[in-house]
Design a protein around this ligand. Structure first.
Ligand SMILES: Cc1cc2nc3c(=O)[nH]c(=O)nc-3n(C[C@H](O)[C@H](O)[C@H](O)COP(=O)(O)OP(=O)(O)OC[C@H]3O[C@@H](n4cnc5c(N)ncnc54)[C@H](O)[C@@H]3O)c2cc1C
Length: 373
């Protein structure tokens, strides 16, 4: 398998990131050094007064093995570790695929530099604007959520935030969150604020200045964390996803990562699912004769069967949470908050169902990347 990257270097798009236990397991199986890659955290959802609405339940044995349900880190660190696990010369950079010709015996790739390459299998892990997805399934426009997220990180510990906790708080219109991170052996914090923002409205000119008053609406150390963060460590993303596809694979071509299931950061699991796609592809393709169209097609059909339900559920839940917390009509917000404060609804959904589905992946992954579960 030859990975092609269009840019001269494989680079992290962004700063903050969290991974759950299944991608950590997948990374370990792929030979990535995950030791002290991030800060293991326990997660609660709270209201603006600090009342806990949901406590994310992760089984004790998973916590013991992975340290918790949410591991906070910086993206460049993850990239560095992943690139270190790839033998020299395997990753081909500066190679932008510009055309795909799918024929019975294989797939012909044409690159922007004019080179042509034949491959028996094409996995399009080419992001939310995937050309491979367009080749397979036509136009699947991005779905704007009319939300944006501003996030940053700091190693200044003077804000006195509780370590190893994800404190995910909603007021009537904004989500404000802070969590621990580890980077190169140093402890710190990441934070983000998320609010409704029309997709076509220009970004605020000063991200740090925009984030500060939003963070000030929350109890605890969030505003202090934003204050002590260097403006250069603050980034913004408009939130968009892709409406889940019914099928990913056709013939000798499939999709992985955001190309298959671009997800709102409300899931905090898009990269995790992408890493697990790679794990399952490795497992399903181990021992397959890539020259046999039947064997390739059987493996990819199984891949769709295993991956589409889980990723669809995560994409849709993240989409709905964004709607509920940021696009509910103003008169309904007190009622929404009453329900979330006084019923087990949020606990059941984000405290139990969703983490249950994620932890169940560990069993589905089985004992190793080369042996089917
Ligand atoms: C604000 C924010 C916070 C998030 N937080 C989390 C989180 O906490 N946890 C989590 O798990 N996920 C999170 N996500 C989601 C996560 O960032 C994405 O799901 C993940 O980065 C997708 O990885 P990918 O490799 O599929 O796509 P990408 O990272 O987009 O990579 C695609 C690659 O393909 C290359 N490429 C594209 N076209 C071509 C071509 N024609 N030829 C050759 N190469 C090509 C690109 O250059 C790029 O390197 C978050 C997302 C956002 C926006």
């Amino acid at each position: 398998m030859v990975p092609y990257e269009r840019y001269p270097h494989a680079r992290a798009a962004g700063n903050i990131l969290n991974l759950r236990p299944p991608p950590i397991k997948a990374l370990q199986e792929m030979g990535v050094d995950t030791a002290d890659l991030g800060a293991p955290c326990h997660t609660t959802f709270r209201n603006a007064a600090g009342h806990v609405r949901a406590d994310v339940a992760i089984p004790a044995e998973v916590v013991a093995q992975y340290g918790g349900g949410f591991i906070g880190m910086l993206r460049p660190d993850l990239y560095e570790r992943m690139l270190a696990a790839i033998p020299d010369g395997v990753l081909h950079t500066g190679k932008q695929v510009s055309a795909i010709d799918d024929h019975v015996d294989g797939v012909t790739l044409t690159f922007a530099d004019g080179n042509v390459q034949e491959t028996p299998l094409l996995i399009g892990a080419d992001g939310i604007d995937s050309m491979v997805r367009r080749h397979l399934w036509g136009d699947t426009p991005k779905r704007p959520h009319n939300l944006h997220i501003l996030g940053g990180f700091t190693f200044d510990t003077s804000a006195d935030a509780e370590p190893n906790e994800v404190v995910l708080t909603h007021n009537r219109t904004v989500q404000g969150t802070h969590t621990s991170i580890r980077s190169k052996g140093v402890s710190g914090y990441q934070w983000w604020v998320l609010e409704a923002w029309p997709d076509d409205r220009p970004a605020p000119t000063d991200l740090h200045a925009h984030a500060l008053p939003l963070a000030s609406g929350f109890p605890g150390p969030l505003a202090n964390l934003v204050s002590v963060t260097s403006p250069k460590n603050v980034q913004r993303w408009p939130i968009r996803d892709i409406k889940p596809l019914k099928a990913w694979s056709r013939g000798r071509i499939t999709l992985a990562g955001d190309a298959a299931h671009a997800t709102s950061p409300y899931a905090a699991h898009g990269a995790g699912m992408s890493i697990c796609d790679g794990y399952f592809l490795g497992q399903l393709l181990a021992g397959v004769d890539l020259n046999s169209p039947t064997q390739v097609s059987r493996a990819l059909t199984e891949y769709d069967r295993i991956r589409i339900p889980h990723t669809t559920s995560q994409v849709q839940q993240a989409y709905v949470l964004g709607k509920v917390f940021h696009h509910a009509p103003a008169p309904l917000r007190p009622l929404r908050d009453f329900v979330l404060d006084h019923t087990p609804l949020l606990q059941k959904q984000v405290g139990e169902k969703s983490p249950g589905e994620i932890v169940a992946q560990l069993d589905e992954m089985g004992s190793g990347i080369l042996s089917r579960a």
